[in-house]
Design a binder for this molecule. Sequence first.
Ligand code: AMP
Length: 264
Amino acid sequence: MTIETKILCSNRAVRHLEPLNARHTFGPAAVVFLGPPGAGKGTQARHVANEYRFPHISTGDVFRTHVAKKTALGLQSAASMRRGMLVPDEVVCGMLMEHIRDLGSTGCLILDGFPRSLAQAKWLDHFLHTRTGESHEFPREAPVAIQINIGRDQLLRRLAGRRSCPSCGRLYNLHFQPPRNPEICDYQGAELAMRPDDSESVVCERLMVHDQNTLPVTEYYRRKGRLLEIEGNDTVNAVRAAIAVGLESVFAMQQHKRHRGLGI
Ligand code: AMP
């Protein structure tokens, strides 16, 4: 039984039991966003993180910062990123572990762009299990994955139209979320930039890498009954609403489980 179908039975019964802010003390240890490049993972992950006030980690953003600052990690990952290839698992996992420890937060992590290989997914399960095991105050459940599904043609259009502001990091899409002036950030007035790995040849490589390495991750979460699939071929707000419904269900289900465990 999937998360979605399980929750429909218990949703009504448990909704009133706990105030909203209690979410910080239960629920999954992480929500991971899966989907091909251009599916809208970054935009949606940021919405969820803001909504629930959970820490958001984009491994791609962390790597881009390291590349810009020319740190040892940046130098190590730059070549893979330029070619649209994955940075080696041990490098990504080591970087993420340090990043999470530095955050010092016990909140549910919103992971965007991680895991991207089966080895990373298994590492994450193990890492979070050990981490939440250490925190008796905030025991959390295994991570839940949100897969955003979208057709290839739509993806290619989105990637070609993707722009970001180098000053504030705000994301735009010339077709779907256009700035007032196609070349300028609405807020900073800075000239918008295209990601170097959004060029046509690198995009093809990234899509191939996604199919080979990351589709098995979707299957991994599906097999474990921890996958929410969302139709991504819609407006940002419609996708956001669908994700909210799915996540509410997960929280309600885990809340229900907790209350039963406590004998309430
Ligand atoms: P993104 O912004 O998520 O599309 O990531 C940009 C690039 O960073 C990817 O094409 C990879 O080269 C690298 N990268 C980000 N996250 C990972 C990851 N979990 N595993 C391996 N490489 C990654």
